[in-house]
Design a protein around this ligand. Structure first.
Ligand SMILES: NC(=O)c1ccc[n+]([C@@H]2O[C@H](COP(=O)([O-])OP(=O)(O)OC[C@H]3O[C@@H](n4cnc5c(N)ncnc54)[C@H](OP(=O)(O)O)[C@@H]3O)[C@@H](O)[C@H]2O)c1
Length: 289
């Protein structure tokens, strides 16, 4: 039995679905069963990562855990990792490809997992394509995306590719104590991303550069963490001179190239069927990198 946390999110939902479709016993951890519209056969168990004792039913009989830690502080992570270690023989952790010296919670969660006992595999993706979901709304409403660092280049990854890697790692051997840095197939500047998104949406889109201070203010209000907002801006600015890393890890692991950003946009919005897809916190550039 494989337990997936963050099962209703971008990566977790795809992972649950692909494991279930392959006939693998899979259990989804959810806070609200009403949001658990998974395929038949998926076991849905309620629990909350901020309340470790609530996880006992989810962990009962589990062999592997795909741990997705949501974007909040990791104050309960030590307890959660300890509980998982008492049940599972392997933890696959959705981490992030952070810059050296980062103090983000992923650093701490990786440290806890390394010391916990079970075998582990760390998936470290760069920026998610879903971070740009909000831009689609801006383009349809105004034809313009207003954000910082248009020349910053990121190798945004399709959430379904992270999930495909996770499903592969969870169901095959040879991944113990491996760190996999994941990315899309190419680095595109944000100006290029906006152009592609406009093309897929059928609406020409232009980029308007805004002042970094205004963005720090907005992010601080949204995240409640001024330091994280500032360090995120510094990371994104660095992608102007040093584009985000492109790796071939997706292809090496699952035997096909990672999907392009254009493919992601088509999957989300192609044929204008995608209005259901505006659920993200787009435009915030991603907590991961
Ligand atoms: N965005 C990026 O560019 C990027 C890059 C690298 C790494 N990452 C990392 O990827 C992870 C996020 O993955 P994602 O985008 O797939 O997730 P997501 O779409 O943001 O969804 C978060 C998931 O966590 C669940 N959740 C929230 N609070 C919870 C709690 N207290 N207890 C249990 N579950 C809870 C949510 O469930 P509900 O349905 O209950 O809300 C949801 O399933 C983060 O660790 C982030 O740092 C992101």
């Amino acid at each position: 039995m494989i337990l997936i946390t963050g099962a209703t999110g971008n990566v977790g939902r795809h992972t649950v679905t692909s494991l279930a479709e392959a006939g693998i016993p899979v259990r989804a951890l959810v806070r609200d069963p009403a949001r658990a519209d998974f395929p038949a056969g998926v076991e849905v168990v309620t629990g909350d990562l901020t309340d470790p004792p609530s996880l006992a039913p989810a962990l009962d009989g589990v062999e592997e855990v795909f741990l997705i830690w949501p974007g909040f502080a990791a104050s309960t992570a030590a307890q959660v990792v300890d509980l998982i270690a008492r049940h599972a023989r392997r933890i696959v952790y959705l981490s992030a490809n952070l810059r050296p010296g980062s103090t983000m919670f992923h650093v701490e969660v990786e440290r806890l997992i390394r010391g916990a006992g079970p075998a582990w595999t760390f998936l470290r993706p760069g920026g998610f394509a879903t971070n740009t979901l909000g831009w689609a709304r801006e383009i349809l409403d105004t034809g313009t995306v207003r954000w910082v660092y248009g020349q910053a280049a990121r190798s945004l990854i399709h959430e379904a590719d992270i999930a495909a890697v996770a499903a592969h790692v969870l169901t095959s051997a040879g991944h113990n104590h491996q760190v996999y840095v994941l990315s899309g197939p190419e680095a595109l500047t944000q100006v290029e991303q906006v152009r592609i998104l406009g093309e897929v949406l059928g609406r020409p889109a232009r980029w308007e550069e805004i002042a970094p201070d205004a963005v720090v203010e907005r992010l601080t209000a949204a995240w409640g963490d001024a330091e994280l907002a500032k360090s995120s801006l510094e990371t994104w600015e660095s992608f102007i001179h040093t584009p985000e890393e492109v790796t071939d890890t997706v292809e090496r692991l699952i035997g096909r190239r990672a999907r392009t950003y254009r493919q992601w946009a088509i999957d989300r919005f192609g044929g204008f069927g995608g209005f259901g897809g505006f659920g993200g916190f787009g435009g915030l550039g991603g907590l991961g990198g």
